[in-house]
Design a protein around this ligand. Sequence first.
Ligand SMILES: [Zn+2]
Length: 277
Amino acid sequence: MQVKNALTIDLEYWHSPELIRGFVPEKRDDLIIEMATPILRLLDEFGVSATFFVLGAVAEKYPALVAEIHSRGHEIASHAYSHRTLHELGRDRFEDEVHRSVRLLREITGEPPIGFRAPSFSIDNTTRWAFDVLERHGFRYDSSIFPVETHLYGVRDAPLGIYRPSAENVAENDPNGRIIEFPLTILEYARKVPISGGFYLRVLPLNVLKRMIKRVNEERPAVIYLHPWEICPLMPRLKLSLSSRFITYHGIKSTREKLEGLLASFSFAPAREVLEL
Ligand SMILES: [Zn+2]
C-alpha cells in the first residue's frame, strides 16, 4: 500500500513571510480570499484533504474563509497569531498568541486545534519552551522543526522522522514526550536536502521531487508544505534584493502543475490522519 504523506498549507497573508515583511507598500489582506481559491479547487479536484495551519489574524478577519476550508473536510490547525517568530515573541507573548489563536479557531470549527506550525519554523533549542506552552493549550503535534540548518532557520541533528522532542533538547527523542513532532521532510542523500515545500518545492523539477519523495517513503511519510500565494499569479511583485526575489518568486508559474503531478502520484492526507491522532 502507498504511504500516506501529509499535505500542509500555511494559511497566512502573502505579506506575512519574514523575508518580505519590510518591503510591502500596501498590504491588501483581502487577496487571501482569491489566493486560497485555486488551492482549494485543486484539492477538491483530486479529492485530497490537507492540514491548513491558519494564522490567528487571518481567522479573526476572515472567519468565513476558515469555515469554508473546514467544511470542505480539511484539518484546521494553528500557525500562531501574528506570524512573528518565537524568537521575537518570547515565551509570554507566544503563550498569549497561542491562547488567542486556539480561541479563534475553536469559535469557527467548534473544536480546538491539535496541530501547530511555528512561523518561519522558529522552534529550536532557544525556543524549546514552545512545547510546554503547546502541551498546556491542548496541542498533540507540532510540525515546525526543520532538521537542517539554513540561513533563516533549522535544527541541525534533529531526527528526520516522526519523534517526541525532549524538554532539554529538541534534537533528541524522549519516548515520554507529550508532543509528537512531524519534522519538515529532508532527504539524506550524500547531504541533507530539504524537499518539503515552499522554495524547495518551487525550485526542484517534478521528476526529481517524485524520486526524492519515493526514496523518503521507503522509510517514512513525508510532509509537504506550501502557501496559497505560491501557486497564485496574483502574488504582488515587490522591490526586493536579487536573492530575496529569487527565494520569493522563483517557480510560482510552474508550482501549480508540479503540485498536480504530486497529487496524482502520491497519497496525501491531513497531518493529523498521518499521525493517527
Ligand atoms: Zn508562515
